[in-house]
Design a protein around this ligand. Structure first.
Ligand SMILES: Cc1ncc(COP(=O)(O)O)c(C=O)c1O
Length: 262
């Protein structure tokens, strides 16, 4: 295991100060961390909030009728309201907290996908999907006897609008597209893709963890059916990773588990 020591006497560089871990050394120069796509570090404000929660409010949410539990529930719902605002969802009920993006797409495939996709139908993805936005749809298609249609990526690493539109035939029940490709860095024109799909009556799931991490989030104007996004992986995953599901999606989804508070 690496030896970790705090750095001393270094010039303060603004944003570095927000991340205590960047003030550590790991058998080398002060930490410079570039693996944010995999795991993003937590800023001090988040660490303080987590410690603050466990120090002052940790309790059952949504099912306790005593003061501490009600405080925890209130704060949890405040967080949901904040995430709703950031995501541009219409109602807090459209925010579903999940463990991560992969958990969100699996949930969408198992609950919403299984509702709208049946034998002989098609699900459209692109050739640049992350496994987390490919395998859940492939598994769904195998399970219900549907076909997974992959729109090709051209030599410039892009999906041609004409190819995407051509894939939106009468058997398509759902499209699942990445906003930003994790392999190519391509930013897909998701707003136009959603508009195209909606013209064919096809709901769209957008796999969008990267725009969050890079601050390029514009869902307010996209109107996707659903998005899978960890608001940022730098925060406690249970508290932030989420998917949004608009009314048409959430109304058609049965509960996945029963017996809990909500
Ligand atoms: C485009 C894309 N989708 C999905 C994921 C999976 O995210 P998570 O680790 O939150 O499940 C990633 C991870 O980097 C990604 O880049």
């Amino acid at each position: 295991m690496n030896r970790v020591t705090p750095t001393q006497g270094r010039p303060r560089l603004g944003v570095r100060d927000d991340f205590p871990i960047l003030a550590t050394r790991h058998d080398g120069p002060p930490l410079t961390y570039l693996d944010n796509a995999a795991t993003t570090h937590k800023p001090r404000a988040v660490l303080d909030a987590i410690v603050g929660h466990y120090s002052t409010a940790n309790s059952n949410i949504g099912r306790g009728h005593y003061g501490l539990s009600m405080t925890a529930t209130e704060r949890y719902e405040q967080a949901r309201g904040y995430v709703r605002e950031v995501l541009g969802a219409r109602h807090p009920d459209e925010i579903v907290f999940t463990q991560g993006t992969t958990a969100a797409t699996n949930l969408l495939a198992e609950v919403f996908g299984a509702r709208v996709v049946g034998a002989g139908d098609q699900v459209v993805v692109t050739g640049m999907e992350h496994n987390s936005n490919l395998l859940p749809w492939r598994r769904l298609c195998e399970r219900v006897g549907a076909e997974l249609v992959t729109v090709p990526v051209n030599a410039r690493g892009r999906v041609e609008a004409a190819d995407f539109n051509a894939a939106l035939g009468p058997r398509v029940r759902l499209a699942a597209v990445a906003h930003v490709s994790n392999v190519l860095g391509t930013v897909n024109p998701v707003r136009a893709m959603i508009a195209d799909a909606h013209r064919h009556g096809v709901p769209v799931v957008v796999d969008a963890p990267r725009p969050f991490r890079t601050g390029r989030w514009t869902s307010r104007s996209w109107a996707p059916t659903s998005t899978a996004s960890p608001a940022t992986r730098s925060t406690d995953r249970w508290a932030w990773a989420c998917c949004t599901a608009d009314a048409s999606c959430s109304a058609s989804c049965p509960p996945t588990r029963s017996g809990e508070g909500r």
